[in-house]
Ligand binder design. Structure first.
Ligand code: 13P
Ligand code: SF4
Length: 328
């Protein structure tokens, strides 16, 4: 169900959300790409792996997920007895859209000797067709545990898969999906920006294409980039990922300067994720008030998808918060 407009005039939304969170025994989880006001009221802000762990471990009865649909579905798969609400059910992901389950199933069938190592940015159906899920902060640790002679299909992000192939000298077969947000960074504009700030270092998410990664001083997940910002000696950081993460950087490091990497028009705002941006304070309030829109997953499908997520959580243990994809 999509957002239905309601007259919320005069409501103190922050106070109402706080009241409902207590009444509902709800936990509010937010991804780093959410609007600052949603990050600021969340009980926990994190990357995809950290949010999955929180969803699996929470005692709350309701999970209000400020993120995109595959993240809220992951929460439901791991915590089936909890109510999971997503403020806007249209908050999808271009990577998920690029990988229809039927086509993925056929691709697997054509490569029966391959296992499927699959990025968490995919549908529940694709998770059910996979062997092990990875996030950008757990991919390196998990890949290192798979024997080098084991053929692997990696989907749906060809840039993350290509980055892993190059870094670890693997030959995983890549599904041809991309993130429209990270695809939009411009190498020419990045180099112009770097020329204006020669002292700056560049941090990039591995969903970026190689022509951006090649200029990065650090490549890692959102939590990894945040950790890099904390530990690097450079005062100015050019950030090649969705720009809302800069909010957390500014909170943690008010004396440093963070600049979003530009798109083709030289502007840093074109890289806002249009799916993440669908969530708002108003929609979060309504989701907590009505406990809708709610994530529901058929039990057989949930159990099938849970296997590959459980494999990730087991194989990734110890990576939480380290930004393990770090470095070049
Ligand atoms: P991480 O937060 O796991 O790095 O993922 C980024 C992303 O694109 C989420 O959609
Ligand atoms: Fe999907 Fe890219 Fe948005 Fe992440 S930033 S949710 S990968 S479209």
């Amino acid at each position: 169900m999509s957002f239905q407009p309601t007259n919320l005039a005069g409501l103190d939304l922050r106070a109402e959300i706080d009241r409902l969170r207590k009444e509902r025994n709800a936990v509010i989880l937010a991804h780093y790409y959410q609007k600052p006001e949603l990050q600021d009221l969340a009980d926990f802000v994190g990357d995809s792996l950290e949010l999955s762990k929180k969803a699996a471990d929470t005692d709350a009865e309701v999970i209000a997920f400020c993120g995109v649909k595959f993240m809220a579905e992951t929460a439901k798969i791991l915590s089936p007895n909890k109510i999971v609400v997503l403020p806007d059910m249209d908050a999808g992901c271009s990577l998920e859209d690029s990988c229809p389950p039927d086509a993925f199933k056929a691709f697997r069938a054509a490569h029966p000797d391959h296992i499927a190592l699959t990025y968490i940015n995919c549908s529940t159906e694709v998770k059910a067709l996979s062997d092990v899920i990875v996030t950008s902060s757990s991919a390196e640790t998990i890949l290192a545990q798979i024997p080098r002679d084991q053929p692997i299909i990696f989907g749906p992000d060809r840039h993350l898969g290509g980055y892993l192939n190059r870094k670890f000298d693997r030959e995983m077969l890549l599904w041809p999906g991309v993130c429209i947000v990270h695809e939009a960074f411009s190498e020419t504009e990045l180099l112009k920006l770097k020329a204006q700030h020669p002292e700056a270092s560049i941090a990039a998410h591995p969903e970026c294409p190689p022509h951006i990664i090649d200029h990065a001083d650090y490549v890692g997940s959102t939590s990894g980039i945040l950790q890099y910002a904390r530990t690097t000696n450079t005062q100015t950081l050019i950030v090649a990922t969705e720009p809302h993460i800069i909010h957390q950087m500014q909170l943690a490091l008010p004396d440093k300067t963070f600049i979003g990497a530009p798109g083709a028009d030289g502007n840093c705002n074109c890289n806002v994720c249009p799916y993440m941006a669908l969530n708002t304070m108003e929609k979060l309030y309504i989701a907590l008030r009505d406990l809708e829109p709610r994530i529901e997953i058929e039990e057989g499908l949930r159990l099938a998808a849970k296997k590959s997520l459980d494999a990730m959580l087991t194989m990734a243990s110890g990576t939480i918060g380290k930004g393990d994809l770090g470095g070049r």
